[in-house]
Design a protein around this ligand. Structure first.
Ligand code: RIB
Length: 304
């Protein structure tokens, strides 16, 4: 366990208010269609990952920026209800809290997270066991956070989402774990990913770029892992479940990875991935983003 007051998992990333419309199909440009359900959920890749790690039992801290508005206030309460430290959650009057819908996406205050915010949190970052970063904030800030953590021996878990075709090559060398999904893998490498074999090819390319361990997630097919120590791709399948809503399942997986890496450091990476596959598969069996993420008390106790 971390010393009192210090977080085991630190996440530098985004918060979004997810405006979720359920429709039978996507509208064409300029078309109006009827939705059959609308709800608001807490989302944003960074916050989702932090929430999942916290619900599994990690001591967590979020470094992010929300607006000085009701969505921002609600978000801070959401972090507190989930036991997440909000010491470095900034509120700004210069932008609204980020919001996301299936069709239109706006990052809002997330893009105002800056170097000064990281400097204020330097002690928490350098003493964490695991840091997670993604690309829903300015990529330069994600890279700076990864470097701060890496130079202090903190395990760095990078999720290049949403993917950037021209990713700064330093992301590869500063990521202990580089975890992407099929579409992100294709944007980064140009290799279309339809099966575990393709994912293995992506893994090899990303190892050549300097990653130490690559995980390519494949939705219901689980994922493929490859590392410098064992440069042969390994497919780790997920159990079969009936999916209701897969939104945010990748974030549940990443949050679970960070939890197991921080709190069970002696587990093999393969075991960490198997357990995280299971947790993400629980999340797809309920609708919503964070509202579908399981709590430790509701999971089989032999996971822990
Ligand atoms: O990864 C899922 C998340 O992506 C959603 O919560 C939404 O906010 C978008 O950022």
């Amino acid at each position: 366990m971390a010393a009192a007051g210090l977080a085991e998992v630190v996440v530098v990333g985004s918060c979004m208010t997810d405006l979720v419309s359920l429709t039978t199909r996507l509208p064409k440009a300029g078309e109006t269609i009827h939705g059959h359900k609308f709800f608001i959920d807490f989302g944003g890749k960074g916050a989702n990952q932090c929430i999942q790690a916290a619900r599994l039992g990690a001591k967590t801290l979020m470094i992010c920026k929300v607006g000085k508005d009701s969505f921002g206030n609600d978000y801070i309460e959401n972090f507190k209800r989930n036991g997440i430290s909000t010491e470095f959650v900034g509120q700004t009057e210069d932008a609204a809290t980020g919001a996301a819908s299936i069709i239109v996406n706006s990052e809002g205050a997330n893009l105002l997270l800056d170097s000064e915010d990281l400097k204020r949190a330097a002690n928490a970052i350098s003493k964490a066991k695991v840091i997670i970063c993604q690309l829903e904030i300015a990529s330069s800030i994600s890279l700076e956070a990864l470097k701060m953590a890496h130079s202090n021996g903190v395990k760095t878990l990078f999720n290049p989402a949403p993917a950037l075709a021209e990713l700064d090559p330093q992301f590869y060398t500063h990521s202990d774990i580089f975890c992407c999904n099929e579409s992100e893998a294709e944007i980064l490498t140009g290799i279309p990913v339809g099966n575990p074999e393709d994912a293995g090819k992506v893994g090899l390319v990303l190892l050549e770029r300097g990653c130490k361990l690559v995980i390519v997630t494949l939705g219901p097919e689980g994922c493929v892992m490859i590392s410098v120590e064992e440069p042969i791709p390994k497919h780790i399948p997920a159990g079969k479940v009936t999916a209701v809503d897969t939104t945010g399942a990748g974030d549940s997986f990443v949050g679970a990875l960070a939890f197991f890496m921080a709190c069970y450091p002696h587990l093999s990476m393969e075991e960490v991935i198997r357990k995280s596959n299971f947790i993400a598969s629980v999340s797809v069996q309920a609708s919503g983003t964070q509202s579908s993420y399981p709590y430790r008390k509701d999971l089989p106790q032999d996971l822990f």
